[in-house]
Design a protein around this ligand. Structure first.
Ligand SMILES: [Ca+2]
Ligand SMILES: [Ca+2]
Ligand SMILES: [Ca+2]
Length: 319
């Protein structure tokens, strides 16, 4: 079955103004990418792909995921950190292991050197890396735009590692973006789709929300990926929300002095609207929590009542 172009997923009968907004946003996306392309080998080589334990996740990314940089399987449950990340189980809870699936994909991100690095981890089961493709795009306002394939090909770095079941594997792709891209857009929902390279059919998709606040890039990340309830704030109450994690491309030096170190802004949200694959969330609870090697932004609790749009990954795979 041939997939419809993704541009049509969200653009349900747009009016003229919406069409032009979409065109303008897409032009902004492409020009932002063009303007801030690496200007030479110095920049291009500045992102660190060092992976000390060879589990497929770079040391820098393991720091963000709170996994062990010198151990393949941080929680000793038989699944590597990369596999648990790709399959949406917690790499730091031995009781959390992947649910049965044939393929899956997860997205994360980090600031590295002067770039924003988006990380795709795909569990491709028994497929070969040559049998899958990755594509990436962004929700701009209420419209979806694909990041041009030439840019993806130029910027992507890829590796693969074996998964727990013999014959299965994980493919990791890292792609860098200019942080200006996020600053210009404020909030952007980035998506990654794992496709069958023969048919073009979407096999799995994931979405990551990246934003810009006080000049700092942050990502919204579900708590399950990184910490147990006991580790966050010591409440013992399971946390179902997400954290608002600063990932400044320039490093910690770019964090405003007013942000509290050792904490993170924890938020609970609820969906308040949905249409055409776009889900609008409202922040219903927000507070700084201890126990993180991160920073809590000063106005964390003031984010209650704010809304943001994100994409429903199910729509990207035709669900
Ligand atoms: Ca690693
Ligand atoms: Ca590891
Ligand atoms: Ca594990």
């Amino acid at each position: 079955m041939k997939r419809e172009p993704r541009l049509q997923l969200v653009a349900l009968k747009p009016n003229a103004a919406e069409v032009w907004t979409g065109v303008a946003l897409f032009a902004l996306l492409v020009s932002a990418l063009l303007l801030f392309l690496p200007k030479g080998p110095v920049l291009a080589g500045a992102i660190s792909h060092q992976d000390t334990d060879a589990d497929g996740l770079t040391d820098a990314q393991e720091q963000i995921l709170n996994t062990n940089q010198v151990q393949v399987d941080s929680d000793g449950d038989g699944y590597s950190d990369a596999e648990e990340f790709a399959r949406h189980s917690s790499p730091t809870h031995p009781l959390s292991t992947p649910l049965p699936s044939t393929v899956d994909i997860a997205l994360s991100a980090r600031g590295d050197s002067d770039r924003l690095v988006v990380v795709f981890a795909a569990y491709i089961g028994m497929l070969q890396p040559s049998e899958v493709n990755f594509s990436m795009g962004a929700l701009l306002g209420s419209r979806v735009s694909n990041i041009p394939a030439w840019y993806f090909m130029r910027e992507a770095w890829m590796t693969s590692t074996p998964a727990a079941v013999p014959g299965t594997s994980i493919v990791i792709v890292e792609m860098s973006l200019p942080p200006h891209f996020v600053h210009a857009l404020g909030n952007v929902s980035l998506f990654g789709v794992l496709e069958d390279s023969n048919t073009g059919a979407a096999l799995a998709a994931d979405v990551i929300d990246i934003g810009s606040a006080n000049g700092v890039v942050f990502m919204r990340s579900p708590v399950i990926m990184m910490r147990s309830a006991q580790q966050v704030g010591g409440t013992g109450v399971p946390l179902a929300g997400s954290v608002y994690l600063p990932i400044p491309p320039g490093g910690d030096g770019d964090i405003p002095l007013s942000w509290t170190p050792g904490q993170v802004c924890y938020q609970k949200t609820q969906a308040v609207g949905a249409g055409g694959g776009v889900i609008t969330h409202e922040v219903v609870e927000a507070e700084c929590r201890d126990g993180w090697d991160a920073y809590c932004k000063m106005d964390c609790s003031g984010s209650v009542g704010s809304t943001f749009n994100t994409l429903d990954p199910a729509v990207l795979v035709g669900g």
